[in-house]
Design a protein around this ligand. Structure first.
Ligand SMILES: [Zn+2]
Length: 196
């Protein structure tokens, strides 16, 4: 049972399953991406409440196996307080959306994170956050937050950049700078570049 306190004082109780088999509930993919997943409406005041609950999302046919942790558990996970039990970890809703989009494109999330790492290195600016958004034609589209207040920058990276990295992935994955964010189930450049 999940309990979500509403602003009106009501406590919403949900029997949401925390083991989610996406093969039998494929509509969850779309709900994660459109932002309605883990949103509950309060029967007392009608408010829509977004919450984050630790979940296991998997789809064996699609090789999707993600342990979702609420953003509030980030420090606890990074300091070793939570054991990884899935192939991948996503912390906070935005990371879950990004991992779901990447899974849908069949791209390798480690290569996506290496591209983000290179972009962050080049940008040489604090508090940037780069998120993979989509494939458009032969480009990978990334959204960049933190360049200007309240604005999202958009960066197109040619697929050839991805393919070049893919060709030397074995070499890259033993590189000390890259291992810092690709080793283990939490594949995320935020392990190196964490926004405030
Ligand atoms: Zn309410």
């Amino acid at each position: 049972m999940i309990k979500i306190p509403c602003h009106c004082g009501n406590i919403i109780e949900s029997d949401m399953n925390t083991e989610i088999d996406l093969a039998s509930t494929p509509e969850i993919y779309a709900r994660i991406i459109d932002g309605t997943f883990m949103t509950f409406s309060c029967p007392q005041c009608g408010n829509e409440l977004k919450t984050e609950v630790e979940l296991h999302l998997f789809d064996k046919g699609e090789d999707f196996d993600i342990q979702f942790l609420p953003e509030l558990e980030r420090a606890n996970f990074l300091s070793g307080g939570i054991t990884a039990t899935s192939k991948r970890i996503a912390i906070g809703y935005n990371e879950l959306v990004e991992k779901t989009i990447i899974a849908g494109t069949k791209l390798d999330d480690r290569i996506i994170e290496i591209i983000k790492f290179r972009m962050l290195e080049k940008a040489d600016k604090d508090n940037l956050s780069i998120t993979f958004n989509s494939v458009e034609g032969s480009d990978l589209v990334f959204h960049i937050a933190g360049l200007k207040p309240d604005q999202i920058g958009i960066s197109h990276i040619p697929m050839s950049v991805y393919q070049n990295l893919e060709n030397k992935i074995d070499e890259l994955l033993v590189d000390d700078d890259i291992k810092l964010f690709t080793d283990g189930p939490y594949v995320s450049v935020s392990r190196v570049y964490l926004e405030d």
